[in-house]
Ligand binder design. Structure first.
Ligand SMILES: [Zn+2]
Length: 340
């Protein structure tokens, strides 16, 4: 309701938000939620739900049962939902997390890492690693086309239409799951193995407005990487630094700092006319991002992006995201919980 009224009065920017509609079977996502009663994991591969009893699940409950038994987690609710014919249960959990206070105990092998999120690769890291982009949508486009066409040609209200709608829904769910899998693996690995993760402040909404870029950008989930890094750095006690949107990470030489203002998005390699460095464009950007913090972390214990007194290279502003790692504070569980 608030989004609707704000949108009407012009307080809320962006696309017009309509009046909220009631959920309806077949039109909304089928879901219901427990906040009272005896719900929770029943065994390693079972959950108990009020009125339904014990239900077998596919994801092991070990991590949750262990925490519940140890008293470091409390169940706040359970949401049961259906996606593409499968039922999911997501527990909302409040977790006490131990985040090491001592910086040396927090030190990870990976140190600081710059992450250049892109379309060609899901991410290029300053370590030189290129994380493959699974591009699930691109790979499934042909099958998606066939399924959409079959659905469109079916007779409204017929059994065949129902079946084809289900098949199309399965395909979309499959694509979404593949995408999510790749993103979670990447962000978990980064936040667990590195002290500081430096990313660019990407204007994803703007890139999606570009018709030539929209599909490829949407197929990677570049904004989702940032969102996941924000909460996972809190979970694991690492730190996220978001470089200013106007920081020229691609146009600057990572070797000597020379700037190439005429670099176009089509140039895949960066060739420095000052020191002669020839390097992959994305790797160059990732190294520049890492260098934003690399210098300061070795000098001071509590280097923290824009809070520093001396700015690196004179013109670089680094913002510190709200909600990123504050040592000593516990991180709560994601409000969505983990699907079982
Ligand atoms: Zn150079």
């Amino acid at each position: 309701m608030k989004n609707f009224t704000d949108s009407r009065t012009g307080k809320r920017k962006g696309k017009r938000v309509g009046f909220p509609r009631f959920k309806k079977r077949g039109r909304a996502r089928d879901s219901f939620r427990y906040t009272t009663g005896a719900y929770g994991p029943a065994s390693n591969l079972q959950v108990k739900l009020p009125r339904l009893g014990r239900v077998k699940v596919h994801e092991a409950m070990g991590a949750l049962t262990g925490r519940l038994a140890a008293g470091s987690a409390r169940l706040l609710g359970a949401t049961v939902s259906r996606t593409a014919g499968r039922w999911f249960v997501a527990f909302t959990v409040e977790i006490d997390r131990e985040i090491p206070q001592n910086p040396s105990a927090r030190q990870r092998a990976g140190g600081a890492v710059g992450v250049d999120a892109g379309v060609k690769h899901l991410a290029v890291l300053s370590t030189g690693e290129q994380v493959d982009n699974p591009r699930p949508l691109t790979r499934s486009l042909r099958r998606l086309r066939t399924a959409s066409r079959a659905y469109a040609r079916s007779k409204p209200g017929s059994a065949g239409r129902r079946q084809r709608a289900a098949a199309l829904g399965h395909l979309h769910a499959h694509i979404a799951h593949q995408r999510r899998d790749g993103l979670h693996k990447l962000t978990t690995r980064l936040t667990k193995n590195h002290d500081v993760i430096v990313v660019e402040d990407l204007h994803v909404a703007g890139m999606v407005r570009n018709r030539r870029l929209a599909r490829a950008v949407s197929d990677t989930g570049m904004a989702e990487i940032r969102r996941q890094l924000t909460y996972k750095t809190v979970w694991y006690g690492s730190r996220l630094v978001v470089a200013d949107r106007w920081y020229p990470s691609s146009k600057t030489c990572s070797g000597c700092g020379w700037r190439n203002p005429s670099l176009t998005p089509a140039d895949r390699t960066f060739a420095c006319q000052s020191c002669g460095l020839v390097i992959d464009r994305d790797l160059n950007a990732a190294i520049n991002l890492r260098n934003l913090v690399a210098a300061s972390t070795s000098e001071t214990e509590n280097a923290r992006g824009a809070d520093r007194r001396t700015q690196p290279a004179g013109r670089v502003a680094v913002k510190r995201e709200p909600g990123t790692a504050r040592a000593g504070q516990t991180g709560g569980a994601s409000p969505r919980g983990e699907a079982a």
